[in-house]
Design a protein around this ligand. Sequence first.
Ligand SMILES: *[C@@H]1O[C@H](CO)[C@@H](O)[C@H](O)[C@H]1NC(C)=O
Ligand SMILES: *[C@@H]1O[C@H](CO)[C@@H](O)[C@H](O)[C@H]1NC(C)=O
Ligand SMILES: *[C@@H]1O[C@H](CO)[C@@H](O)[C@H](O)[C@H]1NC(C)=O
Ligand SMILES: *[C@@H]1O[C@H](CO)[C@@H](O)[C@H](O)[C@H]1NC(C)=O
Ligand SMILES: *[C@@H]1O[C@H](CO)[C@@H](O)[C@H](O)[C@H]1NC(C)=O
Ligand SMILES: *[C@@H]1O[C@H](CO)[C@@H](O)[C@H](O)[C@H]1NC(C)=O
Length: 756
Amino acid sequence: MAASPGTAVFFLVLALVLLGNLRCCSCSQVYVVYMGKGLQGDSDHQHDIMRLHHQMLTAVHGGSSEKAQASHVYTYSSGFQGFAAKLNKEQAMKLAEMPGVVSVFPNTKRRLHTTHSWDFMGLSTNAEGEVPGLSTKNQENVIVGFIDTGIWPESPSFRDHGMPPVPKRWRGQCQTGQANSPSNFTCNRKIIGGRYYLNGYQTEEGGSSKNAIKFTSPRDSSGHGSHTASIAAGRFVRNMSDRGLGRGGGRGGAPMARIAAYKTCWDSGCYDVDILAAFDDAIRDGVDIISVSLGPDYPQGDYFSDAISIGSFHATSNGILVVSSAGNAGRQGSATNLAPWMLTVAAGTTDRSFVSNIRLANGTFILGESLSTYHMKTSVRTIPASEANAGYFTPYQSSSLNRTKSRGKILICRRTEGSSESRVSTSMVVKEAGAAGMILIDEMGDHVANHFAVPGTAVGKEMGDKIFSYIKSTRHASTMILPAKTILGLRDGPRVAAFSSRGPSSLTPEILKPDVTAPGLNILAAWSPVKNNMLFNILSGTSMACPHVTGIAALVKSVYPSWSPSAIKSAIMTTATVLDKKRRTIATDPYGKVATPFDFGSGFMDPIKALNPGMIFDAQPEDYRSFLCGTRHDDHSLHLITGDNGTCTHRASSSATALNYPSITIPHLKKSYSVTRAMTNVGNPRSAYRAVVSAPRGINVTVTPEVLNFENYGVKKTFTVSFHVHVPPRGYVFGSLSWHGNGRDARLTMPLVVKV
Ligand SMILES: *[C@@H]1O[C@H](CO)[C@@H](O)[C@H](O)[C@H]1NC(C)=O
Ligand SMILES: *[C@@H]1O[C@H](CO)[C@@H](O)[C@H](O)[C@H]1NC(C)=O
Ligand SMILES: *[C@@H]1O[C@H](CO)[C@@H](O)[C@H](O)[C@H]1NC(C)=O
Ligand SMILES: *[C@@H]1O[C@H](CO)[C@@H](O)[C@H](O)[C@H]1NC(C)=O
Ligand SMILES: *[C@@H]1O[C@H](CO)[C@@H](O)[C@H](O)[C@H]1NC(C)=O
Ligand SMILES: *[C@@H]1O[C@H](CO)[C@@H](O)[C@H](O)[C@H]1NC(C)=O
């Protein structure tokens, strides 16, 4: 259960003491005490580390060794150093002042990045089918860790037929839970690791029976973890469907890659201290890529008071790429998982829709979206929900509807922006009131398809107006809702999904976030049968977009095993496209506006091109150190974080803009500014690339040199991009710099983002 051998002992003690000490719970809470890279590695050090942490805790507990033990929750000692403990504010502040401590922050609950998780019952994508049929031979050497809700090991998506033995370098574990209990868990050659992290969750919420712990093992009771893992690395399943919708063959991006599940998320969410323990283990276990479909609420805290930023920093320093979701808040500046060492993913659409039409009694059909497959036999009386309210109008809460007025009718409900009620729970209220169905006028217009509890379908505002005009035009309005079906090509794709969180970065505006876009709307993938006995389900969210990129990252890693995390990231970003299938700039939902890099980053991922980028923008751990120097981290905390003894030399000149990132953002351009980048040749040994600029409006952009000649593989060449204000534009303006090579498809593009 615990991160390290000694922790289990600590934890047992914790459980006992807490029982006798409950009245103190209000004054203390769990904190992370983060101590940077610190002492590393071998088991001798492990002991020293434990002792040091114990001394620190004893000191803030007035010298009481027992109290120190009782307060301890986790030790982090593999990928980085620190611990988690139950403390009061005063003790936390004392610890923050101690030498060796980088930051102390409260154990915050993080959310899975499915938009309104229960709401999301969506459908499938054909993106898996687009993954190229290249040689998959080396995929079985790529190990992907998922920090999520666990995994359902018996799912057809995780069968291990035809897979060779587990790579020898793998140091992970399979925490099997109890045989013959429903928690039992088994690994195979596909799922090669499974761990679970309960300490933080139990310490914070263990007492409340509402959030009972389901499966004390890596087994997934939610479905989310099985869904994300199968999108990235699920085996091919011939007959996959969600109650018949989206039927067909389906598979993950890298179907032969190995999976290690780190279960940190429980019914009500995921706590920082558990997430950190998972990163700590994953780094030691030997994963190649970590996929994190969860994140903080925006605005995100500083990089070193956020578990995912810290964990991914140390993962990256150990050569592990961390792919994360940008969030589902939809608004400008709401993107999270902002650290430049992560690959942050926005959600886009595909060309597949789940349509459930409404037939008005006058013969007109109205297009709606839903996953409900109920068959209504006849049209029924249709009224606005407001006409069925029970005298007082608290919309859509139990007992807000008058059963007499609702019975047997279709109710028209409205969902406005910022509405907190989930769409599925609205349909449950409608069902409870005895209604026959529901038409949901959803002003969010995000095209998320749902499994409603009654025959139900969602329409946008425009169609909603049409339905209301029909109802007003007749005394006995009646409608019928038809069962959902799968339709390809209804709307042009890809578009950026309405819920996908947008840039700019609220923390470091010099780094463009999100980085790239992948399908995240109505995605069909594996599920936990605990929920509705379904083996597959359709969900939407940046949670689903993230593992699409994880899967392709695993493919890139299988073709280029020696590539650094930033090289893989660069390959995926520079080859992304900003054009939809009709060769127009990608638009965004809900209103069809032309999307910008704040919506899609570098663009929509192109799996085939990502496998052959020609050039990469590489960055090493030292480069992230310089980045941190340029973003107000002092020498002392940098020493602790990175474990080296360099100093911030070019503090004045180094800035976040200087990081060798595959995009350029200048948030405060005065008159002119120059940025240098370095490209490394990973394509043809002899190649030439010519710069082609599309300048942001009102800005003159020059690139020197305009042509880069490479004579060898692995050669690195620098170029400078100079920005001059010509006509000062208002707000952010966008352009791009492309490098066109001599090969047919040799082309890479980086977004240019400027604000004067
Ligand atoms: C393990 O748990 C699963 C799911 O609850 C169950 O179907 C299976 O029979 C169990 N296996 C054993 C050996 O107990
Ligand atoms: C696919 O599964 C469904 C049941 O979910 C079954 O009715 C159908 O015959 C299957 N099709 C194939 C080709 O196996
Ligand atoms: C519900 O509606 C019926 C019929 O219109 C009415 O008689 C009854 O008083 C209503 N009940 C409440 C609680 O408003
Ligand atoms: C049915 O009603 C709708 C909404 O009022 C209207 O747009 C449509 O033209 C009508 N269809 C027919 C056949 O009258
Ligand atoms: C750090 O300092 C030690 C001596 O204090 C020196 O031996 C070592 O090379 C230095 N390491 C780096 C990375 O500068
Ligand atoms: C920008 O380009 C325009 C048109 O080529 C030119 O007239 C102008 O002088 C340039 N301005 C600067 C500041 O370079």
